[in-house]
Design a protein around this ligand. Structure first.
Ligand SMILES: Cc1ncc(COP(=O)(O)O)c(C=O)c1O
Length: 362
């Protein structure tokens, strides 16, 4: 999808389109924001303890929901576990963006760009209308344009904080302003996939803003991406419609025991968060040295502007076993790639290969 010149670009329901990243496992995966060290060893121990009966029965959810709610500082009825945050986003789209017969309203989803591409896809799948808000050059949140995009048909505003692919944080004041302005039937979906790295969450504000739903994932900081586990958090009346459209047993027993083990290993996640901070400092220094523009990130990745050669650089890095993500087709991201900054050793390899590729593709 190409960047539009105007700040606001409403589009009727489009044909759903999502290009899933190619399956690339034979190199260093710095392209999907995963924890490249993997999960805590305690997760594997918990999986090894599963019995035949555990696998034979439908999974129990009370203990893991309680553990997750405690971790997030909310009551258990404010948490719905989902099969990855992707499922929570699709659930929100189906629950809030599906046109209802006879209402005469086609629900609108506002997506401040550049954004996680799944928002566009899920809006189209649900039959809603996508309203893209184009970015500012520095990627700070375009609050005035987002507020101007709100109409009586707005049903969801998707905000990722910190944003993907930029890593740029969204001020809570902006989220509050949007939540105050949307119609009564609408929700503000705050995707906090990377909030662990920012150390800030909108969750404590939910009692004051009951039309906000927060999405969390355990794929990133906790290294559970392959097990598929996330959560939507909010007042029961706003998350129940999402719960209803998600299959009742969509979270499997491996994810249930893994999440409990992962949440209990605080040292493991804290060490990864420390490495992410160190990795970003290393990458910023490398970009300064190489005279590359980047955006300081609150997440575990950094968006870097390479310019015209971005495709060739990504190919050259891939040939050397390092996978980077081309984001140059995202609005405002011409010539940009995104690089994961997690495990310090991996970041050092990524930087070395990026430098080599820049030299090779002059
Ligand atoms: C902003 C954002 N939301 C949600 C997800 C999906 O998370 P999960 O793996 O829990 O489905 C991602 C994954 O890349 C993401 O970047």
């Amino acid at each position: 999808m190409k960047s539009e010149p105007s700040a606001l670009s409403p589009q009727p329901s489009m044909k759903p389109q999502y290009d899933k990243p190619a399956e690339m496992y034979d190199g260093l995966r710095l392209h999907q924001n995963e924890n490249t060290a993997g999960c805590s060893p305690r997760v594997l121990e918990a999986l090894a303890r599963l019995t035949r009966e555990d696998v034979g029965f439908y999974p129990p959810y009370s203990a893991v929901t309680d553990a997750c709610a405690r971790h997030l500082g909310v009551a258990a009825d404010h948490v719905a576990l989902v099969n990855g945050l992707d499922e929570g986003i699709m659930g929100a789209a189906i629950a809030y963006l599906r046109p209802s017969a006879g209402s005469g309203v086609v629900p609108e989803a506002i997506v401040p760009e550049p954004a996680f591409e799944i928002f566009r896809f899920d809006t189209a799948v649900a039959g809603g209308t996508l309203v893209q808000v184009m970015p500012k050059p520095d990627f700070t949140f375009a609050i005035d344009d987002v507020l101007a995009a709100i109409t009586p048909a707005t049903r969801v505003v998707f905000i990722t904080n910190p944003n993907n692919p930029t890593g740029v944080p969204v001020p809570f004041e902006a989220i509050r302003a949007v939540a105050k302005r949307v119609p009564e039937e609408a929700i503000v979906f705050v995707d906090e996939a990377y909030a662990d790295f920012a150390g800030r969450s909108f969750i404590p504000e939910l009692p004051a803003f009951p039309n906000v739903v927060v999405g969390r994932t355990f794929s990133k900081a906790y290294g559970l991406a392959a097990l598929r586990i996330g959560a939507v958090v909010g007042a029961p009346e706003v998350i129940d419609p999402i719960r209803y459209v998600v299959p009742v047993y969509s979270v499997n027993i491996a994810a249930v025991v893994a999440l409990q083990a992962a949440l209990a290993d605080v040292d493991y996640v804290n060490d990864y968060l420390r490495q992410v901070r160190e990795s970003k400092a290393l990458l910023y220094a490398a970009c300064d040295r190489l005279k590359l523009t980047y955006w300081p990130s609150d997440a575990n990745f950094v968006l870097v502007r390479i310019g015209d050669r971005v495709g060739a650089i990504i190919e050259a890095a891939s040939a050397r076993g390092i996978f980077l993500r081309n984001r140059s087709n995202e609005p405002g991201c011409d010539g940009c790639l995104r690089i994961g900054t997690g495990v310090v050793e991996h970041t050092k390899r990524g930087i070395a290969v990026l430098e080599e590729a820049l030299c090779a593709v002059r």
